[in-house]
Design a protein around this ligand. Structure first.
Ligand code: ATP
Length: 398
């Protein structure tokens, strides 16, 4: 086992594309690290550099305490699992798993023992004499994992290994890979663009955007304390609601104006003093769908926002209530560029919302209670769970 350390790593392709920009990231010994981000953000390039399949333009890459920039892939002692897990069709499962060991002239008895141990871990013991065409997609994926495990490498590198499986199998394999990583304790770097894989599998997540690392942290930390608008809108589904706000002072109290409504901030809000520095300035306010609270259940003294119910989507045991808020959408281009959901909401749609002084937001609640479409109600807000971002830089304000 070993750590993998990226020290100021930059990758520039021959055509000038900067795919990875000054990446500083440590995957600790035994850690399961997920690298996540939208298409083209540089995740695969980062992984391929660790594998030795891509030259490093600048910086140092360490496996353990050894700089490996110029080390051939085969000398790095790491195993890769790709989305296309090419198995040899004419070989049995045993032979497929044993292949990397046979290549190294390992004694037959040891090969047998290692293959059997890997097959036990992966639930493939009964299939060792079969050929790949007789296995299901999930079983074949496990064989590919087996081939990586038998080598007992210092680290695993996985590039979207589940993307070719159907939805049900993905759920199953997700849990199996997570369990296997925890059992074996092998340092793992896992690339995906799948939210759920990112949130559920790794010890920590690294979020990338346009080659630049945005934030590294445990899943809950990224969800609860996103460092900027990009992470805030990328992590979480449905995405965090974003509205334009303005910090102001009324009768000595710091408030946030949202449309014609006002939310007092000082109560229960850590860092309210920092926000005071933003008096008379526009900010982006972020509200997770689960932090718009059931109007029929909450304490009427809580701050709230009036909103009209547009549509209810029942997804037992939950429901998504689509609301129209009397407020301004986030229109500043800099903020929009920074938000990951920019392509989900078309500019035209946002302009219409702006014209009508309405913002579309989503509340997530347990199903059961009914919300009449077309009705306007006051949705309570737990101020402690609000997020505030600088409208220009997209950085979090507290
Ligand atoms: P995806 O999720 O779509 O696989 P990714 O986050 O893994 O994307 P990369 O494949 O690492 O992203 O690509 C990062 C950037 O580098 C992209 O802009 C891509 O077009 C570019 N790129 C990748 N490979 C090459 C190459 N061989 N030559 C030039 N540019 C490349």
């Amino acid at each position: 086992m070993a750590s993998i350390i990226y020290k100021n790593i930059t990758k520039r392709y021959a055509d000038g594309t900067k795919a990875v920009d000054n990446l500083d990231l440590e995957i600790r010994e035994g850690e399961f690290m997920i690298v996540v981000g939208p298409s083209g953000c540089g995740k695969t390039t980062a992984l391929r550099m660790a594998a030795g399949l891509e030259d490093i333009t600048d910086g140092q890459l360490l496996i353990g305490d050894k700089v490996v920039n110029d080390l051939e892939p085969r000398d790095r002692d790491i195993a890769m699992v790709f989305q296309n897990y090419a198995l040899y069709p004419h070989m049995t499962i045993f032979e497929n798993i044993a292949f990397p060991l046979q290549n190294r002239n390992m004694p037959a008895a040891e090969i047998k023992e290692r293959v059997r141990a890997a097959a036990r871990t992966l639930g493939l013991e009964e299939h060792l004499d079969r050929r790949p065409k007789h296995l299901s997609g999930g079983q074949r994926q496990r064989v590919a994992m087996g081939r990586a495990i038998v080598r007992r490498p210092k680290a695993f590198l996985m590039d979207e290994p589940l993307s070719n499986l159907d939805a049900k199998l993905r759920v199953q394999m997700r849990a199996e890979i997570t369990r296997m990583q925890r059992d074996l304790g092998i340092t793992t770097l896992y690339v995906t663009h799948d939210q759920v894989e990112a949130m559920t599998m790794g010890h920590r997540i690294a979020v990338m955007r346009k080659g630049v690392l945005q934030q590294v942290g445990e899943p809950v930390e990224l969800y609860e304390r996103p460092a900027n608008l990009f992470v805030a809108s990328f992590i979480g589904s449905p995405a965090m609601n974003l509205v334009q706000g303005r910090i102001a002072e009324t009768e000595g109290r710091i408030v946030c104006e949202i449309g014609s409504q006002e939310i007092p901030l000082a109560d229960g809000l850590a860092g309210a003093e920092n926000l005071a520095g933003y008096r008379n300035r526009k900010v982006v306010v972020g509200i997770r769908p689960e932090h718009l609270l059931d109007p029929q259940k909450t304490d009427p003294s809580l701050p709230g926002l009036a909103a009209r119910t547009r549509l209810v989507e029942l997804l037992p045991p939950e429901q998504l209530v689509h609301l129209e808020l009397d407020a301004e959408p986030v229109l500043s281009t800099s903020a929009l560029e920074l938000a990951a959901d920019v392509d989900k909401t078309s500019a035209q749609d946002l302009n219409l919302q702006a014209k009508n002084h309405r913002v579309n937001v989503v509340a997530r609640l347990p199903s059961g209670r009914r919300y009449a479409e077309g009705e306007t109600t006051r949705w309570a807000i737990d101020v402690a769970h609000l997020h505030f971002f600088d409208a220009d830089t997209g950085e979090v304000l507290r």
